[in-house]
Ligand binder design. Sequence first.
Ligand code: ZN
Length: 429
Amino acid sequence: MNGATLFTNVRILDGTGTAPYAGEVLMRGNRIERVAPGNRALARTDCTVIDGAGATLMPGMVEAHTHFAWNDAETLQDIQRMPTEEHTLWTAGVAKVYLDHGFTSCVGAATAKPRLDVVVRNAINEGLIPGPRYLAASQEITVAGGLGDETLPHIPWPEFSFGVNVSGPEEMRRAVRLFLKYGVDSIKLNLSGDNLTPHAPAGTTWMSDEEVAVACREAKIRGKRVSAHARSADSVKQCVRHGIEVIYHASFTDTEALDLLESVKDKVFVAPGLSVIVKLLQEGARYGIPPERARAMGYEIELAAACESMKAMHKRGIRVLPGGDYGFAWAPHGTNAMDLEYFVKYFGYTPMEAIVATTKLGGEIMLKPGELGIIKQGALADLLLVDGDPLANLAILRDRARLLAIVKDGKFHKAPEVSARAGAGLVTA
Ligand SMILES: [Zn+2]
């Protein structure tokens, strides 16, 4: 295809919350050059014309909490102990899986070895491997005994730990500076525990304010962001106090935490990442965690709390985004669009609100507000041509076969079939 492509006969779902309308979109280079309602509104000269046959054209989806390096295992140890060479190839392969499933952008939320995310991001940007736009994360930084400390008492070596253990501001400073040197876009702190690790459950908050402050300062002076694993109310408050803008989970909140979040709602993003909780409650038996054990681990309580918290945030206009913690056995990579359905089922979002959250708000968390995650003149051309109406059935977005075309940065990762199929025929003008 040449430089310009005209999508005609499409239903434009532009990501802003505007009701879909029939229209045409002209893409040139990596930008959307024109958007027009109606049919035959735009000139057909000098461009490739794709007749969408009524399919939906929407922005590419954004995953707000991605772990390319998680290897669809059941435990953190099984992720960590993959040898580096295999792990690099795995991580690179996973990047393509996201693009294959319509995620044209992903926010890295932690990686499993110091440079995995960075090298994969760089390889994508250099065109060596296919993958979405990607913001690379550090490993999880934690404290002894916290989530991510997988060292054994007799094997204290850092290579055996899922996360990087620090104790005190100076160790934190060193860890953060090393990751910044490697080129990460964000530093990940484990502020709370997690029910997956019974020794440090979700309600615990062990990292000190001194440690968090040092991490935030070091990241900020180099223009990078900090993200946090923050399930407890105390950890959510810690995020706001220290200016952490990407808050993962936030399952447990109280009025003070919600007030704090609302006071910075134009700065912070929350991504609840329900997949672990929902899947272990519903299907955990397959992975050795029967429902009674999942309940004993606190997942039922956490799910109820997360629903309340997200409903309250939604009402207060706090940006809550889909995505999170895919790459475990119970929620393998590629099934991430399930999160949109969780938003409707558990948080009371309309399908439109869920789509806006993964597109327009996704562009904002990718640091390209108003430019990414929406279809408008001048926006970046990350597009999905979808067979059907996602507003009527969000599950369509989980079905690769229904994604007729996938465009990232103006280039087709998946071009529509050139065929007589009743859907998107490709016609060259
Ligand atoms: Zn995570």
